[in-house]
Design a protein around this ligand. Structure first.
Ligand code: SIN
Ligand code: FE2
Length: 226
């Protein structure tokens, strides 16, 4: 924070202009942007929302159709939740662990998802599913496409909280070159339109300590699933 302030003063700029939430969208690919710091203003509400969701639908390590346990712990909220087991990847209206509907999407979640999508050029985004990923050090997510949703005209909005990670964003084919982006607490990535089905993943999370999340990273991904 000190260096950051100093750089601002040295450049004769106000701190406000340099704050990450005031940075212009960073172009990643056609239809894909990185919005730095857009979740900072509501970070505590978002984390309280995660806790409320997890109290009703606890984080769990699901299994891929091939039988491997995922290193990332997951839960969901909204009208539908993303699940995986021997039967495949899909959305379900009820949590298979309890048989009850997924908890509703907290208001702070919806507000941030809508505002971020609009800033990225996708007005009127109305997410019906939010997958919540929890990464402990060592957890990772290999390159994949988000393609279990009904209609790809709706973007994906992805929010990072807690420990930083290295996010990989590639292209339409698994073998396309990937670019790496460090995603930090409060960053939001939106991809849709031409890049809606682009491959992406998260490299193994490194050890660390974050003042709000301790040794963990959370990620919210908002989808139009149904
Ligand atoms: C995902 O692709 O579902 C997760 C992305 C992330 O954790 O940043
Ligand atoms: Fe994904």
């Amino acid at each position: 924070m000190d260096l950051f302030d100093f750089a601002g003063v040295a450049a004769g700029q106000s701190r406000e202009r340099l704050a990450p939430e005031n940075l212009a969208p960073e172009h990643m690919a056609p239809g894909a942007v990185l919005l730095r710091g857009r979740a900072l203003a509501s970070d505590r509400d978002l984390l309280a929302g995660i806790a409320a969701v997890a109290a009703a639908a606890p984080f769990r390590h699901m299994h891929t159709p091939g039988g491997f346990e995922m290193s990332v712990a997951m839960t969901s909220c909204g009208e539908a939740g993303w699940v995986t087991d021997r039967r495949g990847y899909r959305y379900e209206r009820c949590d298979p662990a309890s048989g009850a509907p997924w908890p509703p999407m907290p208001g702070a979640f919806v507000a941030l998802a809508r505002a971020s999508a609009a800033e990225a050029g996708f007005p009127d985004f109305a997410p019906d599913a939010c997958l919540i990923n929890r990464y402990a050090p060592g957890a990772r997510m290999s390159l994949h496409q988000d393609k279990d949703e009904q209609d790809f005209s709706r973007p994906i909005v992805s929010v990072s909280l807690g420990l930083p990670c290295m996010f990989q964003f590639g292209g339409a084919n698994r073998s396309d070159p990937v670019k790496k982006y460090e995603l930090r607490h409060g960053d939001v990535v939106v991809w849709g339109g031409p890049s809606r089905l682009y491959y992406h993943g998260v490299l193994r999370l490194k050890d660390g300590e974050h003042p709000l999340t301790g040794g963990l990273r959370y990620n919210l991904t908002f989808r139009g699933a149904l």
